[in-house]
Design a protein around this ligand. Structure first.
Ligand SMILES: Cc1cc2nc3c(=O)[nH]c(=O)nc-3n(C[C@H](O)[C@H](O)[C@H](O)COP(=O)(O)O)c2cc1C
Length: 197
């Protein structure tokens, strides 16, 4: 718990949490986070709840060369899945690798020495780490979006990122400046998803 609880902190947390919303990677443009902001964003993940302190997540930043490789992978994966894919669709698939100034792949590491910690606890930790990243990006004035897609689960992607056994790709995270702001979306009320035993 933070040492000083105050209305101000509560107001800040409310504003931070409720102003975050998914931004399509297409609407995330330069400038992206500086090096120190990127570290601040990645370090936020380290504050996720982590039973056994096993850090069951990993974030891979996709470099410019990595984007070329990932774009080729997206195109190849689409062509493999759909022999009728048009050149435009293949190019669109490829371009997904080039959206947004900062592109991360998030994974959950479900193996490890501490086998008594169930996979679902590790997944929860990884999800919390992702949310911390999204919230820190928001706090620094950036928008963010998560994306998945069939290629995420392909063997080719596992090979490209040299994923370990039982390391599961979860989603891509794109972070950047929001080009077009959209109104905040309505959220479900707590009464719809909480109750008392
Ligand atoms: C694991 C994961 C994968 C996602 N993949 C996609 C995706 O491929 N395409 C997309 O438009 N949104 C994707 N999203 C974002 C959700 O669509 C978005 O979070 C949802 O619409 C709710 O919006 P909000 O984040 O603003 O609350 C993904 C979200 C999660 C948690």
């Amino acid at each position: 718990m933070v040492s000083k609880s105050s209305d101000t902190l509560g107001d800040f947390a409310n504003a931070l949490i409720h102003s975050r919303q998914h931004v399509s990677p297409k609407r995330l443009i330069a400038p992206g986070p500086t090096l120190s902001q990127k570290l601040e964003i990645l370090n936020a993940a380290g504050a996720a709840p982590d039973h056994g302190k096993i850090t069951p997540w990993h974030f891979y930043e996709v470099s410019p060369e990595g984007r070329n490789q990932l774009g080729a992978l997206f195109a190849a994966d689409l062509m493999e899945r759909d022999v009728n894919a048009t050149p435009t669709q293949i190019e669109e698939a490829k371009q997904k690798a080039f959206r947004g100034p900062l592109l991360l792949l998030a994974t959950a590491k479900l193996n490890g020495d501490l086998g008594h910690i169930p996979a679902q606890e590790k997944l929860i930790s990884a999800g919390c780490a992702i949310q911390n990243i999204l919230l820190m990006a928001n706090a620094l004035g950036f928008g963010s979006g998560l994306s998945s897609g069939k290629a995420l689960y392909s063997q080719k992607l596992r090979a490209l990122f040299s994923l370990a056994e039982q390391e599961n790709p979860l989603c891509f995270i794109t972070i950047g400046t929001i080009s077009i702001h959209k109104p905040n979306k309505a959220r479900p009320d707590a009464s719809s998803y909480s109750s008392v035993l």
